[in-house]
Design a protein around this ligand. Structure first.
Ligand SMILES: Nc1nc2c(c(=O)[nH]1)N[C@H]1C(S)=C(S)[C@@H](COP(=O)(O)O)O[C@H]1N2
Ligand SMILES: [Mo]
Length: 405
């Protein structure tokens, strides 16, 4: 869905730079500017990246939906980028990860030390932005923020070390209960400049699911060094949690007895309706993402021929644990009759599930719909309540199409 109107609406009250570019597949110019020709990373650096740009710098971009569901592992060129600040210039030779706070042995680790001292592991996990599908949420009542379609989601193999290994080496003190992540980027907001940050409960950090460590410190994405836009040289990946907890350009880990006071934990990424300090205090930070699904083919407002039509898309189990997608159903008559879709990819915990369904379409206007249920019984709801930030939208996805006679 390359709808130029989306880009215009990306001018938000939060002051994101408006990407007034027509919504065509577009090579982000700042990548070209930032990367030197002799830098080996330039090879990996989104050269062929074709994304729909929502804002230019910081870069916020998502793939066209038909590209998105071409493969279970999302290649970097089709992986959404969501950044609150420009990519920081990190010199990997001088880079040190600091591990501090409530630990017996504070540490500073270069990337090489991190790679040499700990056991390397890799995990396939889906990242999705809490603002995925915000554009649909805005149909009820417009909310601020990037007006994402269904594309800020992707599934990658992340290589690195389990955060728990590093925390064990540092020796977590008894009264610790949360792990903070501070980035090396610089977010500017209301005359303040501060790093992007997140935190997760210590229990999650120390968890060792069969399918995935509770959190990863990753330096690889799909077998290659992390591209600059995705956090080079190091990021966290927290399987099952909203993307905002997977901190890119990670600089510091702080073990604490409370959640991070960082804006993106204490204030943003909460389900609020008025967005007042009272509400921020009352609401917990969002951690897990919710069961979801979307139709990616055909595109919205597609003009189709009557007869057989293949639908394709993704579904995501709730991020709470080891569940997978149990069933995906589609409807072509506004939700009266449902037909089971075929699951066409591996189905794993913390990963999305690709699906397809062949439906029969008669001439006329149709509203294609999809809904999913996971193996823990989390059901995608028909509708959800409005929240001011447009987070966690997971109502049944609907795609209007016209079928000519
Ligand atoms: N340092 C830093 N980390 C960050 C962000 C950011 O702006 N700065 N954005 C977060 C959000 S909101 C999301 S959804 C994911 C997106 O990761 P990606 O750009 O690699 O797809 O990164 C998260 N980590
Ligand atoms: Mo996000």
């Amino acid at each position: 869905m390359r709808n130029p109107a989306d880009n215009i609406s990306a001018t938000s009250r939060r002051g994101f730079l408006a990407g007034s570019l027509a919504g065509t597949a577009y090579l982000l110019p700042q990548f070209a500017r930032r990367v030197h020709a002799d830098d080996p990373l330039s090879q990996l650096n989104t050269k062929h990246k074709s994304l729909i740009v929502r804002t230019e710098d910081p870069a916020n971009a998502e793939p066209a939906l038909d590209d998105l569901v071409k493969s279970w592992i999302t290649p970097v060129e089709h992986f959404y980028v969501r950044s609150h600040a420009p990519v920081p210039d990190v010199n990997v030779e001088r880079f040190e990860l600091s591990v501090e706070g409530l630990v017996e042995r504070p540490m500073k680790l270069s990337l090489t030390q991190l790679q040499d001292r700990f056991r390397k592991t890799s995990v396939v996990a889906t990242l999705t932005c809490a603002g995925n599908r915000r554009r649909e949420h805005s149909q009820t009542l417009k909310v601020g923020g990037v007006q994402w379609a269904e594309g800020p989601i992707g599934n990658a193999r992340w290589g690195g070390v389990a955060l728990s290994e590093v925390l064990k080496a540092a020796g977590v003190k008894e009264n610790a209960s949360h792990v903070w992540f501070d980035s090396l980027d610089k977010v500017v907001k209301d005359d303040r400049t501060f790093p992007f940050g997140a935190s997760i409960p210590l229990a999650t950090a120390m968890k060792d699911h069969k399918a995935a460590p509770g959190a990863m410190l990753a330096w690889e994405m799909n077998g290659q060094p992390l591209p600059p836009d995705h956090g080079y040289p190091l990021r966290t990946v927290v399987p099952g949690y909203i993307g905002a907890r997977s901190v890119k350009w990670l600089g510091k880990i702080i073990v604490s007895d409370r959640p991070s006071p960082n804006h993106f934990v204490a204030t943003a990424y909460k389900l609020v309706t008025v967005d007042t300090p009272d509400e921020w205090q009352q609401q917990l930070p969002i951690y897990r993402y919710a069961v979801n699904s979307a139709i990616c083919v055909p595109a919205e407002s597609a003009k189709l021929k009557p007869g057989r039509q293949r639908l394709a898309g993704y579904a995501l189990p709730n991020g709470g644990g080891e569940q997978r997608i149990e069933r995906v159903e589609v409807s072509v008559d506004g939700g009266k009759k449902w037909q089971r879709a075929e699951l066409t990819s591996p189905g794993r915990a913390f990963c999305w599930q690709l699906w397809q369904a062949d439906v029969d379409l008669s001439a006329g206007d149709h509203r294609l719909m999809v809904r999913a249920i996971d193996t823990a019984g989390n059901v995608q709801p028909e509708a959800i309540g409005w929240n001011r930030k447009g987070y966690l939208f997971n109502a049944w996805h609907q795609v209007p199409v016209q079928v000519g006679s």
